[in-house]
Write a protein that binds this ligand. Structure first.
Ligand code: TYD
Length: 422
């Protein structure tokens, strides 16, 4: 490790808060019936204290600027602050720094309380030892002072930020600096101050700070459950939340997930009876899977992404092996290559009785081939899932799917995060 203390700026360095800041700024200007400046000028609101920007770029007096700030907060405080996302690669960088024993802190111009809330909500707090931002009674704090508040004694430290203000703050505080070119600040302005290091993205920052750094491999997580259990909705919500936390997420589904397999899906889930026998059905599911693994899943996991897949081999075990009566052994055999090259790291079974799932689905107007299979078939799928859970408790996590979408999401997301955030 080149440094044993690493201090980060927040907005534009750890998180991309642009959408939230600009939306709340436009809201404040609308409330004041003040003309909204062009996009280029609006961009300048990212970084400096808001009252200053209202005065500088909108020609307000200080008092008007403060009114603008009040309106801004009216939208920002209840929920606007959540329009934010951790930059891809930042989580991995923070994790690596902690693994190597570094002290990690944040020095930000954003009020301390708001910053703490953001760091907590986006799951960064486990990596951060200290955070300094202006207190409630402080209108503005100098970057150099903020850095001094978190700078430990006797450690070789570096300040990482996306604006010239961050680089200057680090230089004034007497420590090394890194220009983070992925944020909002002007790269030319930072370069003019001659920062010690410059990185174009968080991954390059990790390579510079941690010699020998290798980006971690991704993960392959699958979601299973009876038709109508809500797993598709739950998986999508997890994907949104993980993306906002800085993970690179790929969501995909079976049968399908890539052009060729989507064509096979068309045959499998045809609305018309195409006379397909159970063996053909099982082989087509396995065929679509082989292509999906080759085209989508393995390349994404290799590239360090988190793959969330709506159904996988377990569905074949349950639907074709048990419900269609082809037997587990045969289904295992035709999926052997997939099982050997692409076993899920974890499977989340969204547990719900077939009766309840049926009630939720309501009367679907046009059923597909599989949905037409009838009552006994579907009660078989429920039993078969329960059996798989008993057989493989290490890989399959059974999660109660009953309750509101929000309640179930809390359970599912906690389980998913526990799996990938180790
Ligand atoms: P889909 O419309 O995606 O349903 P769901 O939202 O419930 O996942 O259709 C997928 C259907 O295909 C579903 O009824 C389960 C079935 N299926 C199998 O029978 N075997 C398999 O291997 C897979 C992946 C799905």
């Amino acid at each position: 490790m080149l440094y044993d203390a690493v201090i980060f700026d927040l907005d534009g360095t750890l998180t991309d808060s642009k959408e939230g800041i600009l939306t709340c700024t436009r809201y404040a200007l609308d409330k004041m019936n003040w003309p909204v400046p062009d996009e280029e000028t609006l961009q300048k609101f990212l970084g400096p204290p808001l009252v200053d920007s209202f005065m500088r770029y909108c020609g307000m007096t200080e008092e008007q600027g403060r009114t603008g700030l009040d309106y801004y907060r009216e939208m920002y405080q209840p929920g606007g602050w959540k329009m934010n996302a951790v930059y891809p690669g930042i989580r991995e960088l923070l994790k690596e720094l902690k693994k190597r024993g570094a002290y990690v802190a944040v020095a930000t111009g954003k009020p301390q309380k708001n910053s703490e809330r953001i760091v907590e909500y986006f799951g960064l707090s486990p990596f951060i030892d200290a955070l300094a931002g202006p207190g409630e009674d402080e209108a503005h704090a100098d970057k150099k002072d903020l850095i001094a508040r978190v700078l430990p004694e006797g450690k070789k430290a570096i300040m990482i930020g996306d604006t010239a203000g961050d680089v200057k703050g680090g230089i004034d505080a007497g420590i090394d600096t890194m220009a983070a070119e992925w944020g909002y600040g002007s790269n030319a302005d930072m370069a003019a101050l001659r920062p010690t290091l410059t990185a174009k993205d968080p991954r390059e920052a990790a390579e510079l700070l941690c010699p020998g750094y290798k980006a971690p491999k991704g993960a392959f997580l699958t979601f299973e459950g009876v038709d109508g259990c809500g797993k598709t909705t739950q998986m999508k919500l997890c994907a949104e939340r993980l993306t906002s936390m800085g993970y690179t997420v790929v969501t995909t589904r079976e049968p399908g997930g890539c052009p060729l397999s989507e064509q096979i899906r068309g045959m499998l889930l045809s609305k018309e009876d195409n006379g397909m026998c159970a063996e053909t059905e099982a082989l087509l599911f396995a065929g679509a899977r082989a292509q999906h693994i080759h085209d989508v899943i393995l390349p994404a996991v290799e590239a360090g992404k988190i793959v969330l897949c709506d159904r996988f081999i377990d569905s074949s075990m349950v639907y074709q092996g048990a419900a269609r009566g082809l037997g587990y052994d045969w289904v295992r055999l035709i999926n052997r290559a997939a099982r050997e090259t692409c076993a899920p790291d974890r499977t989340f079974y969204i547990r719900m009785s077939h009766d309840e799932a049926l009630r939720r689905r309501g009367a679907a107007s046009q059923l597909d081939r599989i949905e037409r299979a009838g009552e006994t078939f579907f009660s078989e799928t429920e039993k078969a899932y329960e059996r798989l859970c008993r057989e493989e408790p290490g890989r399959i996590l059974s999660i109660d799917g009953n309750g509101t979408i929000g309640e179930v999401q809390q359970r599912v997301f906690a389980a998913v995060l526990n799996e990938i955030d180790r």
